[in-house]
Design a protein around this ligand. Sequence first.
Ligand code: CDP
Length: 246
Amino acid sequence: MGTPSDKKLIDENGLRLDGRGPDELRPIRIRTDVLERADGSAMIEWGGNKIIVAVYGPREAYPKHTQDIERAVIKARYNMAAFSVDERKRPGPDRRSVEISKVISEALTAAVMVEQFPRTQIDVFIEVVQADAGTRIASLTAASVALANAGIPMKDFVVGCTAGKVEGKVVLDLSKEEDNFGQADLPMAVLQKSGEVVLIQMDGELSKEEFDSAVAMIMDATKRIHEIQRNALVEKYQNIEAGGEE
Ligand code: CDP
């Protein structure tokens, strides 16, 4: 990690490089039904992140040995486009994307009523077309909306956010520079109603107090983020009722 030599990440007034206060989120926008062929879809713009999620299923799990006789298997595939980052990313899966796909699949499994669809799979294709830090939690947040958009029965919504430590201060929703040069990064996702933690990872170091304060900031932010998820879904039904485009 380390610090960038030419600029401070937090100024004397406690403001960050992009002008945000410590517990402010970057702008977030979610739209549903962005793809015609998917059963459900969503696009999220979160700061500079742009991510599209397509959901297919539940459909018979294939190959057959992947079937679970008691529940649906959620297969999330997180992929970063070659042009999504500053330096061209080598196309295809790498260790990072395999890991992120796995943690996203597990988090979504906790939210979906998987026991209603034995022997099936639900595919969640995640394409990061522009990456700007926090893509795993933005992907999860959008995937949850895309699953609801596909009409898949869910127990709860998954909502994600990160917090971290930058120049000794705990801040919410790290930007790319803060992620690169900060001291800690804590992505976390919870089930909105129950508060159950379904993803937590950490890079760097936090004291117990800093960790508690980062978690509290994230929990508070998930309420705001869930409103955006809800509005994205409500918007769709308002459009249908008004006879406008779906
Ligand atoms: O995206 P997220 O914060 O969940 O995961 P990360 O592994 O902590 O990556 C942080 C950021 O680094 C990503 O959002 C990208 O902007 C960037 N990155 C990159 O530039 N090239 C890669 N091969 C992977 C990540």
